[in-house]
Design a protein around this ligand. Structure first.
Ligand code: KE4
Length: 442
């Protein structure tokens, strides 16, 4: 048994300080009925809790840590940057440097605005879409999560889905009325909505590779349908690539699937673990944003020099030209995930457990489901009890995974072949524990 005594005590104290003892719900481990390890530090693909337990980490802070924790180049650059001050609230060369780095990878982004969180990026993108089109309604997909702004907490996925709250208290009926939700990967549903309401729709916002119902890629041609429908009806297409950006491929889902959105939201990796997100896109749209245009948006710490520095160093690492004859980092990460999932599939089969294994580049997840998973309902129909047993058995073997069926796992360049092998081996007893639980219930 893992010794989590100090974490348990810390959690009890934290519960008297913060709601549920955490600053973001999914971290509470409420969905897997156990206490969360309190983290002391992390390095590379390893994370260490305050009880001295060491884990192989596939959460990676929910995506940002694509080059691993405490990468020496990132740490060194941050240490130097801190000596020049931590925030100015004034323009700096660093913001332009990160903007240029992002634009080289995302040619659809002609103009970009830095913000501090994915929530802020998507909230601002929707306000911009409404300001640009003069329309009020938006369309989002059930099971897709875009942060916690009111317009988007309507049938949200991620933590919301796990807690089974279809839409959060505090979101007004008026706000929810302007948000239309349809199932993901359902061409007929979105076509019907756009044919009926298209002239009132300011934007469709989508996770082009869903990551908040587990990892669920789009069906063949689905994103092209969204692009066609938005063009036909004069609505904007917003790709929320906060999670799948730099992961579905280096250029995100838009590069992987060859679809150009009007606005892209980014986050996580562009901050390298510090609070950075961004929204950007077509010049004619982005020039509506204050002070260039009338759509207001602002932020005290937007473009913060330390955050920009961490983002710049991280993007420089993942966009670096590989050695001649060597695959680029995206290819390396994709192959690492493939190796891990093939190993897990083998171990599941040996235990007589059927799983679905999904991957999009360096993001991935599995589902305890006899059938494939194409949308939120399919994901929710997976065996959540089996997931809990598997999750806890993996944690006991020092494999640190996302504590929810509706989350996604992340590979980094720091994950070694040896650690991937260890992760595969640990899945054997974990799937056996699932089979045992099912046999006892039968
Ligand atoms: P933040 O406001 O948490 O920085 O980003 C919101 C967001 C927007 N869009 C997508 C596609 C996202 O996945 C997220 C946030 N992702 C979750 C993980 N499912 C963050 C983890 C958490 O909520 O604690």
């Amino acid at each position: 048994m893992l010794n989590l005594e100090k974490s348990a005590a810390a959690f009890e104290e934290a519960k008297n300080l913060m709601p549920g003892g955490v600053n973001s719900p999914v971290r509470s481990y409420a969905n897997v009925d156990c206490n969360p390890p309190f983290i002391d530090h992390a390095k590379g693909d390893r994370i260490f809790d305050i009880d001295g337990n060491e884990y192989i980490d596939y959460v990676g802070s929910w995506g940002p840590m694509v080059v691993g924790h405490a990468h020496p180049y990132v740490v060194k650059a941050l240490q130097e940057a801190a000596t020049r001050g931590t925030s100015y609230g004034a323009p700096t060369l660093l913001e332009s440097e990160l903007a240029k780095l992002v634009k080289t990878v995302y040619p659809s982004i002609e103009i970009i605005r830095m913000v501090n969180s994915g929530t802020e990026a998507t909230m601002s993108a929707l306000r911009l879409a409404r300001g640009y089109t003069g329309r009020d309604k938006i369309v989002k997909f059930i099971g897709c999560y875009h942060g916690h702004s009111d317009s988007l907490l309507v049938n949200a996925g991620s933590g919301m889905a796990t807690f089974g709250v279809p839409s959060s208290p505090g979101v007004t009926r008026g706000t929810a009325a302007d948000t239309i939700t349809v199932p993901y990967n359902d061409v007929a549903a979105i076509t019907r909505v756009m044919n009926e309401e298209g002239d009132k729709i300011a934007a469709i916002i989508v996770e082009p590779v869903a990551g908040n119902m587990g990892c669920v890629p789009p069906r063949q041609g689905y994103l092209r349908t969204l692009r066609r429908l938005t063009e036909e009806h004069g609505a904007l297409l917003i790709f929320d690539e906060v999670m799948c950006g730099f992961r579905a491929s280096l250029g995100g889902a838009q590069a992987a699937y060859g679809i150009t959105p009007d606005i892209t939201c980014l986050g996580k990796i562009i901050g390298g673990g510090l609070p950075v997100a961004a929204y950007g896109g077509r010049r004619d749209i982005m020039m509506k944003v204050s002070p260039a245009g009338p759509v207001y948006q602002a932020g005290t710490l937007s473009g913060n020099p330390l955050a920009m520095t961490a983002g710049i160093e991280t993007l420089k690492l993942i966009t670096a030209e590989p050695e001649p004859g060597e695959p680029d980092i995206s290819r390396v990460l994709t192959l690492k995930v493939k190796k891990l999932l093939l190993g897990w599939l083998e171990k599941a089969k040996e235990a007589g457990v059927t799983i679905q294994a999904h991957q999009a580049g360096s993001m991935f997840s599995i589902f305890f489901n006899e059938n494939d998973v194409w949308n939120y309902d399919d994901s929710a129909a997976s065996d959540q009890e089996a997931f809990k047993v598997w999750f806890k058995a993996m944690l006991e073997q020092h494999i640190y995974l996302a504590p929810s069926q509706f989350e996604t796992l992340f590979m980094s360049s720091a994950h070694t072949d040896e650690d991937i092998e260890k992760t595969i081996e640990a899945a054997g007893p974990a799937f056996a524990a699932v089979a045992k639980m099912r046999a006892e219930k039968a």
